[in-house]
Write a protein that binds this ligand. Structure first.
Ligand code: GDP
Length: 296
């Protein structure tokens, strides 16, 4: 993951270190190179523009140019701004401390990793001593219901009994009441996805939101799809009160664009990241660690 981005930034910084003393011209040239590297990594162009503006302003200060280790200082600025771009300093933990049962809704396009992530999330919550129930609300793909039931069996987590053809809003509502009566403190709603954003899907998701008022509404984004993931996230964010993002498939050879742009474009924090197909491959997202990893 991020290998190409890391390698390219590394060569930019090598050149910078080679100069010893730095001039404003060196900074300008470095910023131009970083800009290209980020665009090649598929980072949203508006995000690149504001990022470069911030880094340039800080890096070209006399304090940095006259310091004993100017190149190191510039790299430090880039690292700080990268982690800020990914949400450093914000609370990105799941906010579940409300009266149970707490509904968590996952939404996103087909194939993004929603169903798998529902299973991973159930495991994570159980390890945190919660008692979750999985709710299949994708009634258009019977395979999705079966997939969630299989995951439930694997994890020994109850899966609410819904059938293809039922109204997803009713399923979620009934599941909430069932959870209340049966001592589940969290319900994880696996909603339907489509290949593209469409108004019918959005209407359905909005009705679920209005009915069960999920505490967390998490957009599941496939990091491998780069810019597309960001565009789709922005569109979901316009139509639903998202509370955060789960970025999946970060274990693949994603170029980095989605991870670096999605927070800035949607204004919503990346809360969790999927690092593999296995059920324990869901991790808390730490912007500073990610920035550190990108800069090697
Ligand atoms: P859905 O249509 O959004 O419910 O997507 P699925 O949960 O069915 O996932 C689609 C594919 O992505 C499956 O083959 C999953 O195993 C795979 N997948 C999901 N999350 C990850 C991840 O973090 N890393 C990798 N490598 N694969 C993942």
């Amino acid at each position: 993951m991020f290998d190409t981005l890391s390698d390219k930034l590394d060569s930019v910084f090598k050149k910078l270190r080679g100069h010893g003393r730095l001039t404003e011209q060196h900074i300008k040239e470095t910023m131009r190179e970083i800009r290209l590297v980020l665009l090649e990594a598929d980072v949203n162009f508006r995000v690149v523009k504001s990022f470069i503006a911030k880094v340039s302003e800080r890096a070209a200060s006399q304090e940095i140019l006259k310091s004993l280790t100017p190149a190191q200082q510039v790299i430090k600025v880039v690292r700080e701004e990268l982690s800020r771009l990914m949400g450093e300093g914000e609370d990105n933990t799941l906010n579940l401390s409300v009266k149970p049962p707490v509904p968590i809704m996952l939404c996103g396009l087909q194939g993004a990793g929603k169903t798998t992530t529902c299973g991973k999330l159930a495991l994570k919550l159980r390890r945190e001593k919660r008692n979750p129930m999985l709710v299949p609300a994708d009634v258009y793909r019977p395979a999705a219901i079966a997939q969630l039931k299989t995951l439930g069996r694997q994890l020994d987590v109850e899966v609410f009994d819904s059938q293809a053809g039922q109204d997803p809003v009713d399923i979620c509502d009934q599941a909430l009441r069932y959870a209340e009566l049966n001592g589940f403190d969290t319900i994880i709603l696996d909603t339907a996805g489509r290949l593209h954003v469409d108004t019918e899907l959005m209407g359905e998701l909005q009705r679920i939101v209005n009915k069960v008022q999920p505490q967390e509404i998490l957009f599941v984004a496939d990091a491998m799809t780069g810019q597309d993931a960001v565009t789709v996230a922005a569109s979901f964010d316009e139509q639903l009160p998202l509370t955060g993002v789960i970025l999946t498939k970060l274990d693949g050879d994603a170029r980095g664009g989605a991870a670096l742009s999605i927070r800035e474009v949607t204004g919503k924090p990346i809360k969790l990241v999927g690092m593999g197909e296995k059920l324990d491959a869901l991790e808390q997202f730490y912007p500073d660690r990610m920035a550190q990893r990108i800069l090697g």
